[in-house]
Design a protein around this ligand. Structure first.
Ligand code: S6P
Ligand code: ZN
Length: 188
């Protein structure tokens, strides 16, 4: 990795060459949304883009840092807001999220079933210790964009989240986002 100095904005950071660009569409999110009928109906109409992340994963020795920029498109599946799949770090390694644009929520869970939720607004920072599964949700009407920074050689565990979900769902209420318990959740 070469040194760089850029404005902490989506426009600034997106100038960086990403080593990977991953786009997750509705069809990649089968089983993730609580309302299976709403999911099927939307997918039948269109396989829309839910989120993109541009990643520069550090694969050298143990000194570097990996980072990524995630953009979640606004919208819902049924009443549930667009979100990332979410994962645990299966190996030791904490992570930092810095919000650049839009309005989001960070959902956290431990494998024992403890849950926490944090607001993500521009200029805000969230710290995710190892052991806390994490998912981000766009609860606004605009694209929600944040930066993530994590140490090298992290193993990402998606399987536990795919199987058990998160304890909390983030739903569209009458006057903004509301959190509800996930009826299908089981502690991993
Ligand atoms: C990586 C970090 C983020 C996510 C990205 C997409 O440790 O937490 O860069 O990879 O926000 O989410 P997900 O759950 O599909 O990897
Ligand atoms: Zn992570």
């Amino acid at each position: 990795m070469l040194p760089f100095g850029l404005p902490l904005t989506a426009e600034g950071l997106l100038q960086l060459p990403a080593t990977k660009t991953i786009r997750r569409h509705l069809s990649d999110m089968r089983g993730y949304y609580a309302d299976a009928d709403a999911y099927a109906a939307r997918l039948a109409a269109e396989d829309s883009l839910i989120y993109t992340f541009w990643e520069t994963e550090y694969t050298g020795d143990t000194r570097g840092l990996s980072f990524g920029i995630t953009e979640i498109v606004p919208g819902t599946v049924g009443r549930e807001f667009h979100m990332t799949k979410g994962h645990f770090h299966a190996s030791d390694g904490d992570e930092i999220y810095l919000t650049l644009k839009g309005r989001g929520k960070l959902l956290l869970q431990t494998r024992q079933g403890e849950a926490r939720t944090y607001d993500m607004t521009p200029g805000g920072i969230c710290y995710i210790p190892t052991g806390w599964g994490h998912r981000t949700v766009n609860v606004g009407a605009e694209p929600f964009i944040f930066v993530s920074i994590w140490p090298p050689h992290i193993v990402h565990d998606y399987e536990s989240v795919q199987k058990y979900g998160f304890p909390q769902l983030m739903l569209q209420g009458d006057s903004g986002p509301v959190e509800a318990p996930n009826p299908r959740y089981q502690a991993g």
